[in-house]
Design a protein around this ligand. Structure first.
Ligand code: ANZ
Ligand code: ZN
Length: 852
């Protein structure tokens, strides 16, 4: 019997799928669709392990759903704009376009070698004008609808690279490439009005019950809804008044100062006649704009000489400008209550301001309660607060707002932390923003008939600044309105724009309109989106917003782009260091004579922890090399077998070897059997031996369990079950025709279940079992309930004695499995809210009671 030839066989089936256009799909109203999407890759040049894991998970889902009879859309494209292409141009002198397309070609081959069930006819690259022209048209519509606008905004400015930096590009207050201290600058920026959807983006999270709770709660925090009050403080020396935003109006009696943002209009006005204040403002601008940087910095202020009149007590409070007040939040001004806010307390201690507690923690006594170095931010009873004394915090908030509203000095409000999305980037390798600046007409949108506004190819990237701005001719144009001389906008879009609608473009990738509404109606929303948790906020929130905006503009009919979301864990690998503490790659490390590890110079090596694969730690493994050496099926199988896909996993040589051995073992098993298989159309025997019945039961049970596991992303558990069935099949000794029929049945089931995970091997074995149609076109196996009966039981889940859900569990399931299943139920999670379960009582096969 021949040994399994991995390379040849994998290539053979990839050709067969291609040739049969197996994975090309079309709208078919008669069939249920299922849209599987992995976050599309940035074309960096090589796929990495994160891609391998991401696309393996997605491919299992896609192939499984396909076998379930769905019309599965599983497309692939390239998130092709962005800085690395410009950096490559600077460092290596290749044009960004050429670099990007070269990388795409290379990575396409690498992905194809994985054997993914992708409809390659839908491939898109966001850097192609055929793609971004539609984005430009959408932007014009957003502009029309008032959802895009231009405003002066504070940005991080890198004075050496002469460019705006995103917050993520500022590291410890310095530009990530130049290393120069970042400054704050005010520049006109194109903005998208994501805040118009704050409330919707927040409340709709409740319905996204196929999203991880963690991601939903990160989005909730990011949107940051706060209920509070706006309060007017008359400025004694000026006769006008200052509006502050607070979430703690209950602490109003504890106010001992007011403070303005360095960018507050009043600050700007005062600074015109106060050089010292101007100097202080400039000092604050060195801080960078990120909230985190501001939070970390030492609290500093400048006394304006002005006083605010307390709206209830009439007391005169000193007015400062303080470095920790953001202009972009609330009103850019606060009242400070040092006893109950840590920043205010740090500030008060530095400037000798009064600290009056107004909230008494439970169990404390008013006479003895004093605030030390830590502000008290918890609940309690009001003290030192006149008519509020004795109330709890919530009642005090209500009462003080009533009072402020009654005398016109304030009102209750809702405030969101979410800011509008600044989409301007002073970069070359992005989609041009389609507007024209005319001296006479102002800002004029490029007429849709003139789209796309394409990038010039001849650019100079070698000097700092914006290459489009410096280009000798590109920006010079005529005004579409008056025909006079005018200039193009030289900013390009933030690359998050492209990833905010690519999933919709995949529905009709060649359409002349950006999104064919009919196609989008059929395919959207994405049923299963899969990607890294690092996109929990920005990408996923922008895409949610953009979809709502597109719905508003009539492009699509859905409000939410991703009905289901799965976030995969990271991949770690062991690390090594030499005597000087330099990282060593694993293949530089060898066992020395005494068995300890040594480096290539024979010097001792220390074994470090397992760390997330990264170039800097020299512990990456190249998936392409793995596929070359072992084949795609082995790489996929190991990826799936090791740990639950949402957890971090460790890449090990032993694990890969184990997977490789299984590939060959399964091949041997099936090819040995295939010699005496019953004819493909052999009728089912009327009677079976006990051994055959055992095998049949095992196979059908495995089908039931694996189906359940795959539906729930428990791939590692499926793998364990498939190993088990393989063992049972190996030890089965057929004695008669009925035995052989049972053996063939079990083998076919095994191969069909392996299919989504190791598609090449499975196709080969499927053919060996005598089938003439491809496994890719074969339905998922069905378990005969008569053979699985009693194996699964329905268990009721109660929370504090009240039934909240039911789950199907294997009979006599482990207690841990029952608990885990119970806690995973959305109904149970809802009932628990943010309470942690105190105790979980399992009555086997009947009830799980969660006590909170
Ligand atoms: C008085 C007060 C007393 C506050 C107290 C807190 C505790 P969240 O919860 O994040 O919405 N604040 C308001 N505007 C600000 C700005 N532009 N920059 C920096 N801080 C600002 O935060 C709201 C609280 O942050 C507000 O409530 C305000 O301080 C401060 F015991 O007002 B508070
Ligand atoms: Zn004009």
């Amino acid at each position: 019997m021949s040994r399994y030839n991995v390379k040849e066989t994998e290539a053979k089936w990839q050709r067969a799928w291609d040739g049969a256009r197996c994975f090309e799909v079309h709208q078919d109203p008669g069939r249920d669709k299922y849209y599987v999407l992995e976050m599309f890759p940035y074309p960096s040049g090589n796929i990495h392990m994160g891609h391998l894991r991401n696309y393996t998970i997605g491919d299992v889902v896609a192939r499984y759903k396909r076998a379930q009879g769905y019309n599965v859309l599983h497309p692939m494209g390239w998130d092709a704009f962005g800085l690395p292409a410009e950096n490559a141009a600077i460092d290596r002198g290749v044009h960004p376009k050429q670099w990007t397309h070269g990388n795409i070609d290379k990575m396409r081959d690498q992905l194809k070698a994985m054997g993914l069930s992708i409809d390659w006819s839908r491939e898109i690259a966001t850097c192609d004008p055929e793609y971004y022209q539609h984005e430009q048209a959408m932007f014009l519509d957003l502009l029309d609808a008032g959802l895009a606008y231009r405003k002066e905004a504070w940005v991080n400015w890198d004075p050496v690279d002469q460019t705006v930096l995103a917050n993520e590009q500022v590291e410890n207050g310095k530009g990530w490439r130049s290393g120069a201290p970042v400054e704050q600058r005010k520049l006109p920026q194109w903005m998208l009005r994501i805040t118009a959807f704050s409330e919707e983006l927040l409340s709709a999270l409740d319905e996204l019950d196929r999203w991880p709770d963690k991601v939903r709660s990160m989005q909730r925090n990011w949107i940051g809804r706060s209920e509070g009050a706006r309060i007017h403080f008359p400025v004694a020396e000026r006769g006008d008044s200052l509006e502050v935003f607070t979430t703690r109006p209950d602490t109003l009696y504890g106010a001992s100062f007011c403070a303005l943002s360095p960018h507050h209009p009043l600050t700007e006005e005062l600074a015109q006649h106060d050089e010292q204040l101007e100097a202080f403002r400039r000092e604050c601008e060195q801080l960078g704009t990120s909230e985190e940087a501001i939070e970390r910095a030492e609290k500093k202020g400048y006394f304006t000489g002005l006083h605010c009149t307390h709206p209830v007590t009439g007391e005169q409070l000193p007015l400062y400008v303080a470095n920790f007040i953001l202009m972009e939040y609330g009103t850019g001004a606060i009242f400070g209550c040092p006893a109950h806010d840590q920043r205010d307390l740090d500030f008060a201690r530095a400037y000798g301001l009064r600290v009056t507690p107004v909230i008494l923690p439970e169990g404390e006594d008013a006479a003895g309660f004093a605030v030390g170095g830590t502000a008290y931010t918890g609940d309690g009873t009001l003290i030192n607060s006149d008519f509020l004394n004795g109330l709890d915090v919530d009642s005090a908030k209500r009462r003080i707002i009533e009072r402020l509203e009654a005398d016109g000095s304030g009102e209750g409000t809702v405030q969101f932390r979410l800011r509008d999305w600044g989409v301007s980037r002073q970069r070359y390798w992005g989609a041009p923003i389609p507007v024209i600046h005319c001296g006479a007409c102002g800002i004029v949108p490029v007429p849709k008939s003139d789209l796309p506004v394409t990038l010039p190819e001849d650019v100079d990237l070698s000097t700092p600044g914006n290459p489009l701005d410096r280009h000798p001719t590109w920006k010079h144009t005529t005004c579409p309105r008056c025909g006079g001389e005018a200039e193009r906008e030289t900013d390009t879009f933030d690359t998050f724009m492209e990833s905010s609608w690519y999933f919709a473009r995949f529905c009709s990738p060649q359409s002349e309109v950006g999104i064919d509404r009919e196609a989008a109606r059929y395919w959207l929303p994405v049923d299963q989106y899969i990607g890294g948790i690092e996109h929990a906020v920005l990408h996923l929130l922008y895409a949610r917003f953009f979809t709502r905006a597109l719905q508003h503009l009539g492009y699509v009919d859905v409000a939410e782009p991703f009905a289901g979301l799965f976030t995969q864990g990271m991949i770690g690998h062991e690390t090594f260091k030499d005597m000087e503490g330099n990282w060593l790659s694993p293949d530089e490390v060898k066992p020395g004579e005494d068995g300890t590890l040594v480096d290539p110079h024979g010097r001792p090596v220390t074994r470090g922890r397992v760390e997330k694969m990264s170039k800097s730690k020299r512990n990456t493994i190249d998936p392409t090399e793995i596929i070359q050496a072992y084949g795609a099926d082995t790489a996929r199988w190991f990826m799936l077998s090791d740990s639950p896909p949402d957890r971090d996993m460790e890449w090990t040589e032993a694990g890969v070897e184990g997977a490789y051995r299984y590939v060959h073992r399964l091949y041997r098993l099936v090819s040995e059997m295939s010699a005496d298989l019953p004819a493909a159309d052999a009728a089912k025997p009327d009677a079976f031996s006990n051994a055959a019945m055992d095998l049949r039961r095992a196979a059908h049970k495995t089908v039931a369990n694996v189906t359940h596991d795959v539906e729930n992303f428990h791939f590692n558990r499926s793998v364990a079950r498939l190993y088990e069935l393989t063992n049972q099949l190996s030890s089965f000794q057929p004695k008669d025709a009925a035995d052989r029929w049972a053996q063939a049945e079990a083998a076919a089931m095994l191969v069909r279940m392996v299919g989504p995970m190791m598609p090449h091997l499975a196709e080969e074995l499927w053919e060996m079992l005598g089938n003439t149609t491809m496994l890719a076109d074969t339905p998922w196996p069905q378990a005969d309930p008569a053979l699985t009966v009693d194996e699964r039981v329905t268990v009721a889940i109660q929370v504090n004695g009240k039934k909240r859900a039911t789950v199907e569990l294997p009979r006599d399931a482990e207690e841990d499995q029952a608990k885990e299943a119970a806690l995973a139920e959305p109904g149970v999670q809802r009932a628990l809210g943010d309470k942690a379960p105190r105790k979980i009582i399992v009555v086997p096969n009947k009830i799980v009671n969660v006590v909170a």
